[in-house]
Write a protein that binds this ligand. Structure first.
Ligand SMILES: Cc1cc2nc3c(=O)[nH]c(=O)nc-3n(C[C@H](O)[C@H](O)[C@H](O)COP(=O)(O)OP(=O)(O)OC[C@H]3O[C@@H](n4cnc5c(N)ncnc54)[C@H](O)[C@@H]3O)c2cc1C
Length: 898
């Protein structure tokens, strides 16, 4: 049925003396509320929308301040659910102004005849779940209460303005305006002395225009922000061509992108680019005037790595210094307290240049806080500024403000949402809350929301919710509620995701830091729009995983569980591998598998620079063995780590774990010598083990020639390489040296049996499969030899071995034999530390700069090696990482694994 016809149908709400009865009540008539209304009516639900304002538009109804515009290009910040609507509306500018966007919402409301089901001037003041009737009852400040089966809060992430925290506001006798509640009539600021308090997005958009009118403008700034010139005008021709060339394809790409705007994933990392190349990219982004572009298209590590980010931030700071003439003002306007993008950057027109005007003064509240507002002035520690008008651009109580303003919201058992959220918002997907049946939030805390193009996120949320309501109705269910398990799992996944980006390193409205007393934590989902969409879809295909469904005439259904147990970046890697539909590696044969690994490695990000990389050979037991030595940039001599690569004794070489060796070299400040031991099937057991031992001995004896410290060496390895490292320690103990100060075993092969649970639990789907391990063993070692401790070190004598740091990953077939080895070492009196990495897979730690959540584990590995070598705790950067929560302390990882 065409949309227009559907929407012409009446919505059959009924009312009784006490309350209006509907299937669904929607609160809010902004971007989300309007689309909800349209879809719900189309699906045949009776629905009412309740809106405090007297018209549609939400954000764009309230924010009428001078200069208000969107900061995502308008061609992307639009509804996409109806191609005819897309054809019927043309945006006039790259970033439309508030009046134009408001006209758009009016146009949409008219086109689908939405206003007739919206009760304007109606604020929802409380909401209570009535268990007996399985309905929500909404109290309003105007008109009848509403009784509904489903209660959907489309109340907006940025719709509760934050009250000013300054004494004496009430004493001020001049004009006071709030950007988030700007009057509908024109405000005349001409010839007036105006103060603007706040330099977030609204402040930055309005300040240049206010400066043009006012006699004198004083800007009171607490936190400087990064602002990019919008270069507004017509929509860029290249973006328009992309959109118009394949509108459906463009929209679909946006839906699966990380931000909700289709830009490709950047692959080059900052340290691979020269200064000139980085500058060129930055200048291009500056000229493009597009926030999503500058936030994602410079280099791959800009949003995830402190160093990669610092390079953008510094180029930005140069621009500010170049534009603002007065050095003191420029310094005050230059952000140093947060990574670029960790706080929402702004899009401006002439913002920094405005401070060159003679009628504009900046007051840096960090140096002179506001003490008081009097009848006619604002007083700081250092000055009194007489003003006629104060404009508060102090932002919003974001994400939770409008939800909590409906008070109380009581769910099952009379539990209040404000109690449940006392220590920060808890949700499943940012859409639902355990204990609050049939309540949905659109772009609630825990969803990508404000970290995305909200148009895309809103449409996804609305579609998902409405599709669920339709499915419930079809199956006779009348309630839906998230389980505690699912909600706790989502909180864990959110925390894992927040380790991916730098948002956690800034005190911002994303984290609740702008509102005194608000619980702090990254509120939006940082895992990206596309991954979020796929998770929502998986919940449905997994039988409504994490939801309890009930209805009077159907059996209750509860498919309890956590939707994402993998680390977010591990999930991306595994999904990507699955999409590649690769045949099993073992099906290539040994040489084919080697070629495949070489090709795979060629496509990964290059490892980071170290002081020096030297290739050489060393004498093995009966052949020369190649090695690659990584030397730190610091003056030597350094302790030496002898490293053995992974590859099931069949694949790889001394270069194949290059990024990991570089990372260990940088983090430990030690020389890492990666040994090219010989492989099966050409050289079967015990060649690899004997090569490893011989190499360690030779390296220890020639430490001085290699530029290393004399004395004990350390050994380390991953997978089969960790098997060789463990064996080397046993042989060194039994054969009179070399002296080994410690062993780092990452996902080690320690035993030849396949009957531990992890072999079954993680048999397939996590890259290293059970059948691949069978193949490796078969090629390397005959069954008769497998119990030899040189193949299965778990079967050897463990007493007297050097201290060990053993790393195991939750989703690895080898997990349990690694744990068994650590436990056996401990039982034999060997000092052992263990890292059970939750949500990680066999390759997590060697995929440096791909599996970013592996950084905390690698920091701990490096620290362990330093301890073994008797060095003080690690580099400043690592300690900084730990201090800033970049890494999870080991006990947390262990606790989570348990
Ligand atoms: C100045 C500004 C610029 C922005 N620019 C962009 C941009 O470029 N791109 C982008 O993606 N996002 C942008 N945003 C975010 C913007 O909020 C969203 O894009 C989007 O408009 C949100 O739509 P919504 O319907 O979810 O909420 P809103 O538009 O906030 O609408 C919520 C509505 O609910 C009503 N309401 C709330 N509580 C109650 C209650 N208790 N009872 C009755 N009614 C209630 C409010 O009155 C409001 O009308 C911007 C935000 C601001 C403030």
């Amino acid at each position: 049925m065409p949309d227009a016809m559907v929407d012409a149908r009446a919505s059959h709400a009924t009312s009784n003396a006490n309350a209006l009865e509907v299937d669904v009540a929607v609160v809010g008539a902004g971007f989300a509320g309007l689309y909800l209304l349209h879809r719900l009516r189309k699906a045949g639900f009776t629905v009412v929308a309740l809106e405090e304002a007297d018209d549609v538009g939400g954000t764009w109804y309230w924010n009428r301040y001078p200069g208000a515009r969107c900061d995502i290009q308008t061609i992307d910040y639009s509804y996409t659910f109806d191609p005819e609507l897309e054809r019927a509306w043309q945006w006039s500018e790259k970033y439309a102004t508030q009046p134009e966007i408001l006209r758009y919402f009016g146009f949409v409301a008219d086109r689908y005849d939405l206003r007739r089901d919206i009760r304007f001037h109606t604020k929802v003041t409380a909401a209570n779940w009535d268990q007996a009737s399985e309905r929500w009852r909404l109290t309003t400040d105007h008109g009848a209460a509403v009784s509904c089966r489903y209660y959907i809060m489309a109340t907006g992430c940025l719709s509760a303005p934050k009250p000013p925290e300054i004494d004496g506001v009430k004493d001020f006798t001049g004009e006071v305006y709030f950007t988030g509640r700007w009057p509908h009539q024109p405000v005349n600021l001409a010839g007036k002395r105006v103060a603007v308090i706040g330099t977030g997005s609204s402040g930055i958009q309005s300040i240049p225009l206010i400066a043009e009118q006012a006699a004198q403008l004083t800007v009171f700034q607490r936190t400087p922000n990064f602002a990019l010139p919008a270069h507004n005008g017509a929509s860029p021709t290249d973006r328009m061509a992309l959109l118009e060339g394949d509108r459906a394809g463009y929209r679909e790409q946006a839906r699966w992108s990380l931000t909700g705007v289709p830009w490709p994933q950047q692959l080059a990392v900052s340290w691979q680019l020269s200064d000139a190349e980085r500058r060129e990219r930055f200048e291009k982004a500056w000229a493009a005037g597009d926030l999503v572009y500058i936030l994602t298209q410079l280099w791959a590590d800009q949003g995830v790595d402190v160093d990669g980010n610092a390079r953008v931030a510094e180029l930005f700071r140069e621009k500010i210094r170049a534009i603002v003439k007065d050095p003191e003002t420029a310094a005050a306007l230059t952000p140093h307290d947060h990574p670029f993008g960790a706080k929402r950057p702004c899009l401006d027109t002439n913002y920094y240049a405005t401070y060159n005007r003679p009628n504009v003064t900046l007051v840096n509240l960090r140096q002179e806080p506001i003490k008081q507002i009097t009848a006619s002035s604002i007083k700081t520690d250092k000055r009194t500024v007489d003003v006629d008008v104060i404009v508060f651009a102090t932002g919003f109580d974001a994400m939770t403000g409008a939800i909590m303003a409906v008070h109380p919201i009581t769910g099952r058992g009379g539990k209040s949402l404000s109690e449940v959220w006392a220590n920060g918002p808890q949700s499943y997907l940012g859409l639902t809350v355990a204990g609050f049946p049939n309540l949905f939030m659109i772009t609630g805390p825990g969803s990508p929301s404000v970290l995305s193009n909200m148009a895309v996120s809103i449409e996804q949320h609305v579609d998902w919710v409405v599709d669920r309501l339709i499915a419930l109705r079809e199956k006779g269910f009348t309630t839906i509620e998230a389980t505690e398990t699912a909600q706790a799992g989502w909180a864990r996944h959110m925390a894992d995701c927040s380790m991916l980006t730098l948002h956690r390193l800034a005190n911002t409205w994303y984290t609740g830091a702008n509102v005194p007393g608000k619980a702090q934590g990254v509120m939006p989902y940082t895992g990206g729009v596309g991954p979020y969409r796929s998770i929502c879809n998986e919940i449905v295909s997994g039988g409504m995983l994490g939801f309890k469904l009930s209805g009077q005439n159907v059996a209750e259904q509860c498919n309890d569980g956590e939707v994402v147990r993998l680390q977010p970046d591990v999930r991306l890697v595994l999904n990507m591998l699955e999409e590649m539909k690769l045949p099993p590696i073992e099906s290539f044969g040994a040489q084919g598998a080697r070629d495949f690994v070489a090709q795979f490695n060629a496509s990964r990000p290059a490892g980071r620079p170290v002081g020096e990389v030297v290739d050489g050979t060393l004498p093995g037991p009966d052949a020369a063995l190649p090695y690659r030595l990584y030397r730190p940039a610091t003056p030597g001599p350094h302790p030496i780590v002898v490293y053995f690569h992974g590859g099931g004794w069949v694949l790889g070489d001394e270069q194949s774990d290059d990024p990991f060796c570089r990372d260990m070299c940088r983090r430990t400040g030690m020389i890492v010598v990666s040994v090219g031991y010989r492989h099966a099937p050409e050289h079967r057991f015990p060649t690899a083990a004997e090569d490893g031992f011989a190499a360690a001995r030779w390296i220890a004896e020639h430490a001085g020639e290699l530029g290393g410290q004399g004395g004990p060496v350390l050994v380390a390895g991953w997978s089969a390489g960790a098997n060789i490292a463990a064996v080397t320690c046993q042989l060194a103990r039994d054969r009179g040296g070399p002296e080994i100060a410690g062993q780092l075993l990452v996902c080690p092969v320690t035993d030849c049996t396949f009957d531990r649970p992890s072999y079954n639990e993680n048999a397939a789907g996590y890259f290293l499969t059970r059948s691949l391990m069978y193949w490796f063993w078969d090629i390397y070692c005959s069954p008769a030899d497998r119990t030899d401790p040189r193949a299965s070190p778990l079967r050897g004598k463990l007493k007297g071995l050097p201290p060990a740091f053993v790393v195991t990953c939750e989703f690895d077939p080898l997990r349990d034999e690694g744990i068994a080895y650590a436990e056996a070492l401990a039982a034999a009196g060997v000092p052992v530390e263990q890292l059970n990495a939750r949500g990680h897979f066999h390759s997590s730690f060697t995929m440096v700069d791909v599996v970013i959540t592996g950084v905390s584990g690698r920091v701990q590995m490096a620290e362990a090696l330093r301890r073994f070598a008797g060095l003080p705790p690690g580099s400043r950067q690592d300690n900084e990482d730990v201090r800033r929560g970049r890494t999870a302390p080991r006990h947390e990882i262990d606790a989570a694994a348990k």
